[in-house]
Design a protein around this ligand. Structure first.
Ligand code: CMC
Length: 429
């Protein structure tokens, strides 16, 4: 029998259906609540609000489970690549050889920016944060392809997605190069996605950057592990913007802005800065842990804690191992890795972190890998955005293809002044 939930308000009973997902997670469908009772639900920070039905990514935060289209992240990380994973996330299935080839070709063909966009990079001040450049340029790029912005999404969807996934990488590399006063380097048609990003970042016009397979593999893994994470802050932003029927570029540019904050994607930059500060102060991490436990210190252990995971973030486990592997292969010894490990070890024994179920998240070790690859710290969140693009696009697609989708428009409980009247200037105190 279908389950229902009863809500009693002022002695009157209302019944609502309980919606159950594939993995038995359940939610009360209160969409008729206001119409029937005059009440809304209030859920600051949306911790208990399901904003949509989605069939892209499944997370069980209690058990530390993450699956893309049903496939465990551990399997995807071991067997797939970022490009194949992007296909899986967007189109809902692993591609066959011909589909993967077509998608890879589309990515290659669409890696170049419109030439006129190049001047716009020069208009940003030299110290502009690359996340600001990234969101502006993704939005700007829609102006150069007006033919893609039809309200009928189907005919251009594949091209739009490939262009966005390919160009976000080009924009990121160009933003870095112009911020350093370096000449722009174009993608090479015979390089794969991640190798091309490193090439565009670090090659010299007269000398190609020497690609180390260990570095390429580690970066590809970072992109893959960030590819989707269900209804996080930036993805919900993308869905919110898409719900107004804004185009894919505008929706994903908004996602970049949401990702920038240090509580979300900006945490990877914040972690590295935290580790660096601890290192420079001569602390082994113990003093910082004490500060992070003290609410008045204004400090948090960045890269720890998660709204959904109340267990070890499965991505953090994979990244921690990759971090050890890549540093060993590249023969790098990084004191910040020692500090990170010491912080983790200490925190996981502390009652403060145990009681609140705070574990390392995806951002805790990823920065150390990126540092080993010479990626500057201000680019860390940009790399998160490159990785997250398939997830944003898949969520955008879900919104656009849902025949029952409505514009997202939450309600509020108003707490401002009750009715009062306009006071002319001469009568104001
Ligand atoms: N260091 C110290 N205390 C913490 C931390 C932390 N990193 N995270 C949470 N807490 C405490 C918090 O003070 C609160 O304590 P109390 O119950 O005594 O008031 C309790 O744990 C619950 O925290 P919350 O802020 O209510 O939890 P939230 O679900 O609203 O926030 C979070 C989740 C990720 C924003 C938070 O854990 C945090 O700020 N972490 C550090 C930033 C970070 O690493 N962000 C990356 C998240 S993973 C990448 C992504 O997908 O965005």
């Amino acid at each position: 029998m279908d389950k229902t939930a009863e809500i009693i308000i002022d002695g009157k009973s209302y019944r609502y259906p309980v919606v159950v997902g594939t993995e038995q997670e359940s939610g009360i469908d209160i969409s008729q609540l206001r119409a029937q009772s005059g009440h809304i639900t209030l859920d600051d920070g949306y911790g208990n609000t399901g904003a949509c039905r989605s069939n892209i990514t499944f997370i069980d935060g209690e058990k530390g489970v993450l699956r893309y289209r049903g496939i465990p992240i551990e399997e995807v990380a071991e067997k797939s690549t970022f490009v194949e994973t992007a296909y899986l996330i967007i189109w809902g299935k692993l591609p066959n050889q011909a589909e993967l080839r077509r998608f890879s070709d589309l990515l290659t063909e669409n890696s170049m920016l419109h030439e006129d966009m190049k001047q716009q990079f020069e208009a940003f001040p030299a110290n502009a944060h690359p996340m600001a450049i990234l969101s502006s340029m993704i939005n700007a790029s829609s102006c150069f392809y007006p033919e893609l912005l039809t309200s009928e999404m189907k005919p251009t969807f594949d091209l739009q997605s490939a262009r966005l996934i390919s160009q976000v990488r080009t924009i990121a590399a160009f933003a870095y190069r112009t911020s350093r006063g370096l000449p722009i380097i174009y993608a090479k048609p015979d390089y794969k996605y991640t190798a091309n990003f490193l090439h565009m970042m670090f090659s010299h016009p007269l000398k190609d950057y020497e690609l180390d397979p260990a570095a390429v593999k580690a970066l590809d893994l970072i992109f893959l592990l960030h590819a989707d994470h269900e209804q996080n802050c930036s993805t919900s932003t993308v869905r919110m913007v898409a719900s107004s029927r804004a185009n894919m570029f505008a929706s994903c540019a908004a996602g970049v802005c949401a990702l920038w904050g240090p509580l979300h994607g900006g945490a990877n930059q914040a972690v590295l800065e935290m580790l660096d500060t601890i290192h420079k102060s001569g602390d082994d991490g113990s003093k910082f842990i004490e500060a992070a436990k003290d609410k008045n210190s204004g400090k948090r252990l960045m890269g720890f804690g998660h709204r959904v995971y109340k267990n070890y973030d499965p991505r953090a486990k994979i990244i921690k191992k990759a971090c050890d592997d890549v540093l060993e292969k590249l023969k790098i010894s990084d004191p910040l890795l020692d500090i990170a490990k010491k912080l983790e070890e200490t925190a996981l024994k502390e009652s403060y972190f145990i009681e609140r179920k705070l574990y390392p998240n995806v951002d805790f070790y990823s920065g150390i890998i990126m540092r080993a690859l010479n990626i500057p710290v201000e680019m860390f969140t940009v790399l998160f955005a490159i990785g997250r693009m398939p997830g944003w696009i898949a969520n955008f697609k879900e919104v656009m293809e849902d025949p029952s989708a409505r514009i997202n428009r939450p309600r509020q409980i108003y707490t401002g002044p009750a009715l009062k009247h306009y006071v002319p200037m001469k009568d104001r105190k």
